[in-house]
Design a protein around this ligand. Structure first.
Ligand code: GTQ
Length: 346
């Protein structure tokens, strides 16, 4: 039983005024709000952003605002539980749908937040990250980790759209968010996705050990999909067919703060995820799925994005009985684990 504590109204007004004039505040009227019983107060709401609604609005942004006036032409997927103007999907995650039109160039910059891009549609665009030109194909994951220069260009002839996932809300909250502009990068020959194409075979310089913190910047969808399909084929009993986007040198999550995964739902499969502390984002790469969270059911079509708060149960279902479904997942697990607040409750 949690005892009732004294309220601010219980104190003489002149006493509270004097405290405040000396930049002091009594704890006990706010203690239960700061440390609620058993479960945190969570602002993040289960939210669904159907791509069918985003796409025409994003194309309209392409007509309304030239790239020179946007730098990054992005519609932010904002969680109403945090207030739309906060532009956050969860406590630590930011999501944006970015449009680049043929011939456009989003100039080079680097910033303290970490980012990834999950390519949603279109061919011909590329991101140059730390001098490595990464082609963007649907389903590819491209990293732009903290501090690395990145720019986006487009040599194709159709719009290209990708989903940006950043740890911007956290880094901003830390008062550590800033960017630096740069000139066009010198592209150097580098293909991390080929050098690390086989998980068990690691490039090994004889004279100089590579000191790159982020040796692999592009994770082609064809490889991720093939890995999931092999797992499912080899292990018919495996309940959750999932892979983690990892740093191939260390095996650790590929970025420091957010975790990234791909999950395959077998035809007709339902999967109940354990209740865990981190919030999660789901983006349907391929297939037809359904997500249940906090009494709501969202029907996911291809390229739809959804978020679910931490400390809540998430159920997933493949709506097709004949085809697999493939989801890209982002979450706050590395952050929670590093800070020692990660919990799994069932
Ligand atoms: O592409 O560099 O959605 O800097 C937000 C900030 C994308 C980017 C975003 C960014 C970028």
């Amino acid at each position: 039983m949690t005892a009732e504590l004294g309220r601010i109204e219980d104190l003489p007004a002149d006493y509270v005024d004097e405290l405040r004039s000396r930049n002091l505040v009594p704890l006990w009227p706010s203690l239960r709000a700061l440390l609620p019983p058993a479960r945190p107060k969570v602002n993040t709401q289960a939210t669904h952003w159907p791509y069918a609604a985003i796409r025409p609005l994003l194309m309209r942004a392409g007509e309304l605002t030239p790239i020179e006036k946007a730098e990054r032409r992005v519609l932010v997927l904002a969680n109403p539980g945090h207030g739309l103007d906060k532009m956050q999907a969860s406590a630590a995650m930011y999501l944006g749908m970015q449009l680049l039109l043929p011939g456009e160039w989003a100039p080079s910059h680097r910033h303290t937040p970490n980012a990834v891009r999950m390519v949603v549609e279109g061919e011909g665009a590329w991101s140059t990250v730390d001098g490595e030109k990464c082609v963007m194909k649907r389903g590819d994951l491209i990293l732009t980790p903290t501090g690395l220069w990145h720019e986006h260009g487009h040599d194709g002839d159709e719009p290209v759209v990708w989903l940006d996932v950043l740890d911007l809300p956290l880094v901003y909250y830390m008062e550590a968010s800033y960017h630096v502009d740069g000139g066009r990068q010198q592209v150097r020959p580098a293909h991390g996705e080929r050098a690390y194409a086989r998980g068990g075979l690691v490039p090994t310089p004889v004279f100089e050990r590579s000191r790159k913190a982020y040796p692999m910047l592009r994770y082609p969808w064809a490889d991720a999909r093939a890995a999931l399909q092999s797992l499912a084929d080899d292990q018919p009993e495996l309940e959750a067919v999932q892979i983690t986007y990892a740093n191939p040198e260390t095996g650790a999550p590929c970025e420091n703060i957010l975790g990234f995964y791909a999950l395959m739902l077998r035809p007709g499969q339902s999967l109940q995820l354990p209740v865990r502390s981190p919030a999660m984002v789901f983006h349907l790469i391929e297939g037809a799925a359904e997500l249940q969270n906090e009494g709501q059911t969202f029907t996911l079509a291809e390229a739809d994005t959804c978020c679910a708060p931490g400390y809540s149960a998430v159920g997933l279902r493949n709506r097709s009985s004949s085809e697999p479904a493939f989801l890209f997942i982002a979450d706050e697990t590395p952050l929670h684990q590093k800070l020692g607040v990660f919990e799994i409750r069932n």
